[in-house]
Design a protein around this ligand. Structure first.
Ligand code: ADP
Ligand code: MG
Length: 372
């Protein structure tokens, strides 16, 4: 379910294991549909298309969290669906998601559920300055407004059309981490090494993973496992964390699918997060998540196609990227390069972390990526 880059990389991994993949995506073409063995072009709630997909497939998964939970339920009457609708339903709504995380004894940022203006008025000064986030359908920083005061929050809430939101206190983040894990049909878990993430304008820019475990690894891993177990999760899941200056570890959000911050696994781990997803679906043993080399993952956004101040496009210097030792380039085959659109990523490995960082710095120079 879903036709973006995560679906594309899942197709590649499943096909490497000998499977054939059908993609349901309403768009006429896209990153996943163009590599799938079959494309069912239909809306995510099209009953006829869902039945067709279920009849063709032994197992179904999703590459984005906004697939209607009801559609997963429909599919589950006919074939294996991982993750299940119960987990996706919680995770796709920030209000339900935060309540669930807290119920598992895991901390989140100070927040309030906002369903009406009166909830904003009752929110209290500790949530300002804050971020108002729509409860559903936000991604890559979309559907979010930074608000300094109640007045700004009321204005942003109105601009979002009064849809349910969460208001979160704006935190001074020392670091962002994420844990990607797979939980099999038998409840066994395989956890990837903890990733350290840097975001720019609400979009992931850089992930770094070292052979030496990141700080907070044990606590973050434990929290992610508690969440996966609590959701009775089957499949690949990512938990994003905030680390504060005083050592507090908070969960930001959960993604019920492989995650951008797990892309390093494609070149730096024995098994990639996408292969792991295929293994869960097929009821196969989970693969080793062992890190083979220190790695820096750099996201490539459409901005790279616009080197000047005007809107003139130029093809980025891929040869220059590939000339840097230890780099693996992954492009998603999107037809149109738009600013802030995820177009691909580069994994830069090295024998040491310093080596991987040096390779990454060279790629940053070649592509003139806006990261320091
Ligand atoms: P998305 O669903 O778009 O990924 P997130 O809630 O993960 O949205 O926010 C994207 C990024 O914005 C985070 O990774 C973080 O860098 C920043 N951010 C989000 N919430 C907060 C917060 N409460 N305080 C500080 N930074 C935040
Ligand atoms: Mg996020």
């Amino acid at each position: 379910m879903g036709g973006g880059q995560l679906g594309r990389m899942f197709c590649h991994a499943a096909q490497s294991l000998g499977y054939r993949v059908a993609v349901l995506d309403p768009a006429p073409e896209g990153p996943a549909a163009s590599v799938a063995d079959m494309h069912i072009q239909a809306d995510y709630d099209d009953e006829t298309a869902l039945i067709k997909l279920a009849q063709r497939c032994r197992a179904v998964t999703t590459e984005f969290e906004n697939v209607p939970a009801k559609s997963l339920l429909t599919l589950a009457a006919h074939c294996r669906v991982t993750p299940g609708s119960h987990a996706v339903e919680i995770v796709q709504d920030r209000i339900a998601e935060k309540a669930f995380i807290v119920s598992q004894g895991v901390a989140v940022a100070p927040y309030a559920a906002i369903r009406a203006e009166s909830d904003l008025r009752a929110a209290g000064p500790h949530l300002f300055p804050g971020i108002l986030k729509v409860a559903r359908l936000g991604y890559d920083g979309k559907g979010q407004a930074r608000v300094r005061s109640l007045d700004e929050a009321l204005k942003a809430f109105a601009e979002f059309g009064g849809v349910p939101c969460v208001l979160e206190a704006m935190l001074d983040l020392k670091q962002e981490l994420s844990v990607v894990l797979a939980r099999g049909l038998d409840g066994q878990c395989a956890v990837f090494p903890v990733a350290c993430n840097v975001h720019e304008q609400g979009i992931l820019a850089v992930t770094t993973v070292d052979m030496q475990a990141a700080p907070m690894t044990a606590r973050a891993t434990e929290a992610a496992l508690a969440i996966a177990r609590g959701l009775k999760y089957e499949g690949v899941l990512c938990v994003e964390f905030f680390v504060l200056g005083d050592g507090q570890l908070l969960v930001n959000e959960i993604a019920p699918r492989p995650h951008n911050s797990g892309h390093f696994s494609m070149n730096a781990c024995v098994t990639s997060q996408f292969e792991q997803q295929a293994r869960v679906m097929a009821g196969l043993p989970l693969g080793s998540t062992r890190l083979l080399a220190p790695v820096v993952m750099l996201n490539i956004l459409g901005d790279v196609w616009y080197p000047g101040v005007d809107d003139t496009q130029a093809e980025p210097n891929w040869a220059g990227v590939l000339a840097v030792p230890g780099t693996s380039l992954h492009l998603y085959g999107k037809r149109e390069a738009r600013r802030a659109r995820k177009m691909g990523h580069v994994n830069c490995t090295g024998t040491t972390l310093a080596d991987a960082v040096s390779h990454a710095n060279q790629v940053v120079q070649v592509l003139r990526l806006p990261v320091s």
